[in-house]
Design a protein around this ligand. Structure first.
Ligand SMILES: NC(=O)c1ccc[n+]([C@@H]2O[C@H](COP(=O)([O-])OP(=O)(O)OC[C@H]3O[C@@H](n4cnc5c(N)ncnc54)[C@H](OP(=O)(O)O)[C@@H]3O)[C@@H](O)[C@H]2O)c1
Length: 290
């Protein structure tokens, strides 16, 4: 099967590149970073399709700067809404795998959030991600959406790497302790994505329009997660728990981001790792490649 991955230089895209060999028997990957294929450029997408008509399009491209989106509104919508619509319209013959966020729920119900729960995104990034989902559903008839949370990896920018960097130059750090959810490791997202693609391809009805939550198992606050990162990384630092209001973030974040994983678990053969196992793997990877 031919697979095109857009946004290949982001943390999820780079993880697909890293794990490509594991899927070589069945999948031939073609990776496009933003400078080679801008998903907001519909003519460029048509040109690419004239070279390869992929069986699967994996969209790792996104505008992900949650706070900056409040001022870069047009750019956030251009990538997260128009870009996704372009993919849906140009790659009509392909299955489109797309990623969205726990922020689309923003529902403080304190029960794990189900795919069917009401959606109430707050902030430009979250709103643009939901609109992207809506456009995909409107223009494509073969797609998978995976809503995930608190994504990290050994690659690119994320909370884990920020902690390791700040841990080098600081003796104490203030970390938010009133946002609860689950950090999700890109290696686990890639593995689950590939299983879902195979599952839907092997069914008699090859087309799908499913939305799945996907995160690692377990629940934690950013503050407790930071404590574990520093403990595993053997960094001695004082952590001070603070509220989101004290941290003064520009864009609103949900206090409750725990995703209900039952739907995806009904399909996956592989057990979803607990966040503790995955952060251990990520930190070992970073250490081994330092
Ligand atoms: N990060 C999180 O905590 C989080 C949480 C929940 C859901 N998600 C979702 O998970 C997915 C993957 O996130 P990630 O963390 O891997 O994001 P990321 O590291 O920020 O990567 C996004 C990639 O998209 C590329 N891109 C931006 N605009 C583009 C355009 N117009 N055309 C083509 N590529 C473009 C960027 O290119 P450049 O390299 O040129 O900037 C970057 O390489 C996204 O859909 C995101 O919304 C992320």
């Amino acid at each position: 099967m031919n697979v095109i991955v857009f946004g290949a230089n982001g943390q999820l895209g780079r993880t697909f590149q890293y794990l490509e060999n594991d899927y070589r028997d069945e999948f031939q990957f073609h990776f496009y970073s933003s400078n080679v294929a801008d998903i907001s450029n519909v003519e460029r997408l048509k040109q690419l399709k004239s070279d390869i008509v992929p069986d699967v399009v994996i969209n790792c491209a996104a505008y992900t700067k949650v706070d900056l989106a409040e001022t870069e509104v047009d750019l956030a919508y251009l990538v997260n809404v128009d870009g996704v619509r372009n993919l849906a319209q140009v790659f009509q013959e392909s299955m489109i795998v797309h990623y969205s966020t726990d922020y689309v729920y923003h529902n403080e119900c304190a029960m794990p959030l189900k795919e069917s729960d009401p959606l109430d995104p707050k902030g430009i990034y979250a709103k643009s991600k939901l609109l992207g989902e809506i456009e995909l559903a409107k223009y494509a008839d073969n797609y998978l959406i995976m809503r995930t949370s608190w994504v990290y990896s050994p690659f690119g920018q994320n909370f884990v790497k920020t902690m390791l960097r700040l841990g080098k130059d600081n003796t104490e750090l203030k970390i938010v302790n009133d946002q609860i959810g689950c950090p999700t490791y890109t290696f686990d997202i890639v593995k689950a994505s590939m299983e879902l693609i195979k599952y839907h391809y092997n069914r008699e009805e090859k087309r799908t329009t499913e939305v799945y939550n996907f995160a690692n198992e377990g629940t934690i606050s950013w503050y407790d997660f930071a404590k574990v990162i520093f403990r595993f990384a053997d960094v001695n630092i004082k952590l001070i728990p603070i509220s989101s209001a004290e941290f003064n973030l520009i864009a609103p974040r949900p206090e409750w981001s725990k995703l209900n994983l039952q739907k995806v678990k009904n399909v996956l053969d592989t057990k979803i790792p607990h966040w503790l196992e995955s952060i251990n793997h990520c930190l070992s990877h970073i250490k081994a490649n330092a």
